[in-house]
Design a protein around this ligand. Sequence first.
Ligand SMILES: Nc1ncnc2c1ncn2[C@@H]1O[C@H](COP(=O)(O)OP(=O)(O)OP(=O)(O)O)[C@@H](O)[C@H]1O
Ligand SMILES: [Mg+2]
Length: 242
Amino acid sequence: MRGLLITGTDTGVGKTVIAAALVRVLRARGINVGIMKPFAAAKGIFSRKYRSKDTAILARAAHATDTDREMNPFFYSVPAAPYVASAVTKQTKVSMSTVLDAFHNLAIKHDIVIVEGIGGLMVPLTQTETFADFVKILNVPTIVVARCSLGTLNHILLTVNASKAYGLDVMGLVMNGFPQRETAVDKQLLTAVKKLAGVEVLCVIPKVAEVTNIHFKIEEIVVDKILPRLHIGSFVSEMLKK
Ligand SMILES: Nc1ncnc2c1ncn2[C@@H]1O[C@H](COP(=O)(O)OP(=O)(O)OP(=O)(O)O)[C@@H](O)[C@H]1O
Ligand SMILES: [Mg+2]
């Protein structure tokens, strides 16, 4: 397992928060973690070092020394899907081969690369390619982050259906932002997701005051789902270093 992709049911659902937590937990276990935000779009650049705020958050979590362009080959200076943003800004259109080369270069340098998506699976990258096409070619396990609020069942089922249509390897769902004071509807939502989604609910993350404090929940995913699949890769890379 050379990479793990974090996608979401929508923009703003917590992909960066969950991806950064996974990075921190893996690092704490001595794993050399790389990060990637292949496509980013925002109103202006975040800093001189990192054009995208998401790249900055993930790179800091990973203590990454890779360059901004290695981790984020495509940055658009308007917040829109790459297909739309590239047309508006006249910036370079997405090239699948460029982004795949960037991933493979990072994968050589790290035990695992945590890749954060953009928006959701059906985000158009070009006129003919969606983000799901990229995930399919990347061929890495995928975690889907979803909200715990009104509208999420629809988004979850659409995302799971799309992932099946594209033949993606979905590891499961992370239900993010579960209310601290749960109602009967909140509880029933989780039951409904477990019954209807057809993919495992990996964990439920509460709505928290400080997002860097969600490790205890993420730990379970790392121990149960990621480390077992990473074992051989880590062992081999350790052997190669010697
Ligand atoms: N469990 C949580 N508790 C409280 N706040 C959260 C939680 N998860 C995410 N947030 C906040 O919600 C906002 C959106 O989260 P985040 O940036 O991770 O979403 P995203 O899916 O990566 O968005 P984008 O599509 O822009 O990449 C952020 O301000 C983040 O701090
Ligand atoms: Mg993000």
